[in-house]
Write a protein that binds this ligand. Structure first.
Ligand SMILES: Cc1cc2nc3c(=O)[nH]c(=O)nc-3n(C[C@H](O)[C@H](O)[C@H](O)COP(=O)(O)OP(=O)(O)OC[C@H]3O[C@@H](n4cnc5c(N)ncnc54)[C@H](O)[C@@H]3O)c2cc1C
Length: 408
């Protein structure tokens, strides 16, 4: 098997590398050891992440956005006519791989990854005109309103109601775990329009203005100490009918559209390998803190994690080679997600073993506190096997669709 680039791919890889070398803001580079495997970039650690108050966007972030925009790389997978770069899967894969290698920050978020591709396929021309530009230039931030207290893995059980009233729908209900809702201008969301229909056939897909009367956002603090999640309550919120995407009661099928964007998780497998390297570098520079480095048990665990990082990379290659062959990865993408997210947790735990009790120090003497990032990393990594479909759900997909085992 030859994993080397073709000459054409090598040219593209160099172009991406040169771009990063020349354009990535100095302010975002080299901000100390990564938190571990939370896959957060240095820039995100500095508060410049995807979910932020856009009124406080810093100058380096503006520069970075402008550099990406000039090439259509805010949304590399979108067609050129909508402001993307129209990259094929192989080029997207190489671009994502190089961004992850460099530790460069992605600025797209839900708008680029989820809503934009959905509107490009299912939206009206008016909806595309109204919403796509704001996603690309960062003036409109989006959040995703799918999960509810009784509808997480089984999203089709959503109970938030949307009732037609003249030219509007009136929305009542609640969402939960809504990442970035406190900063979002808009939410794409699923609500029940026909409570009597079978559950998948009574849902519609709406674009809701978060600043409209009747929307209440209540942040939830995670055990890692950040308020990224929220509960969102709707009380008689009026959404114009023109903000429904697709037909009434067909929202489930629109929400689950398999979009042809990159699903190989290459960013996370590269990020994980870099976490291992960064932990080892930290241990070498700080032997008085990383006391576990001398322990045989820790050394052997590092060897295991390195093997796993390489396995994860091969899994990503499998997904992208399927896409290049025109196939749609399904249980193969689940395997990548499952393996990568569980590996993140093992690596995070290793970071804590490496630094022992120092992992718990946050603040305090500057020469000790850097290791506190590993403790936070371990707590933060817990969510990786829940977000985007839990490990149990990924295993179900692999057992039933991959291995052909019966459903019940
Ligand atoms: C970091 C993070 C970010 C998130 N961001 C958002 C967001 O922005 N917007 C949004 O809408 N949601 C978001 N979520 C919510 C996320 O989609 C749900 O948490 C996830 O789908 C699981 O749903 P749940 O929490 O209701 O758990 P449940 O579905 O209630 O599951 C509870 C447990 O039961 C297991 N289980 C459930 N069904 C099965 C089954 N059929 N077979 C075997 N086991 C099963 C699960 O694996 C889990 O262990 C986010 C979650 C996280 C952790």
């Amino acid at each position: 098997m030859d994993f080397n680039d073709t000459p054409e791919e090598a040219v593209w890889r160099k172009e991406v590398r040169d771009f990063l070398e020349n354009e990535y803001p100095d302010e975002f580079r080299g901000r100390g050891p990564r938190r571990g495997p939370g896959a957060r970039s240095d820039a995100e650690d500095a508060g410049e992440g995807l979910f932020r108050d856009k009124t406080k966007e810093s100058d380096p972030l503006k520069r970075w956005r402008a550099a990406l925009s000039s090439r259509g790389w805010v949304a590399p997978a979108w067609p050129k006519e909508y402001g993307g770069a129209g990259l094929d899967t192989k080029k997207q894969f190489i671009l994502n791989e190089e961004f992850a290698e460099f530790g460069a920050m992605n600025i797209g978020g839900f708008g680029v990854m989820m809503l934009g591709p959905t509107l490009i396929v299912h939206g009206t021309e008016d909806q595309k005109k109204e919403h796509l530009a704001g996603i690309l230039n960062g003036t409109v931030q989006w959040c995703q309103g799918w999960s509810e207290p009784n509808a997480g893995s089984d999203v089709a059980s959503v109970q938030t109601r949307a009732v037609k009233d003249g030219d509007d729908y009136v929305i009542n209900g609640q969402k939960i775990w809504t990442t970035g809702a406190q900063f979002a201008d808009m939410m794409y969301m699923l609500a029940r329009t026909d409570p009597d229909a079978p559950k998948h056939r009574g849902i519609s897909y709406f674009l809701l203005n978060m600043k409209d009367p009747g929307v209440t956002v209540r942040p939830l603090m995670t055990m890692a100490g950040s308020a990224v999640f929220n509960e969102v309550f709707f009380e008689n919120v009026r959404v114009p009918a023109r903000n429904r995407v697709g037909e009434e009661n067909r929202g489930w099928y629109i929400g689950t559209t398999t979009l042809d964007f990159e699903r190989s998780s290459i960013g996370s497998s590269v990020g994980i390998r870099k976490s291992i390297e960064s932990m080892i570098e930290f241990a070498k520079k700080n032997p008085q803190i990383a006391v576990g480095a001398k322990k045989r048990e820790v050394q052997l665990a590092f060897a295991d994690r390195l093997i796993e990082a390489n396995v994860a990379k091969l899994m990503s290659y499998r997904v992208v080679s399927m896409q290049n062959a025109g196939l749609v990865p399904n249980h193969e993408a689940s395997m990548c997600k499952l393996f990568g997210s569980e590996m993140q947790q093992r690596i995070a735990a290793l970071g804590v073993k490496l630094n022992g009790m120092y992992s718990q120090i946050i603040g305090g003497k500057p020469e000790w506190s850097p290791a506190g990032r590993f403790g936070i990393g371990q707590v933060a990594a817990v969510s990786s096997t829940i977000a985007g479909g839990t490990s149990e759900i990924q295993r179900n997909i692999m057992a039933q669709r991959g291995l052909g085992l019966p459903r019940d």
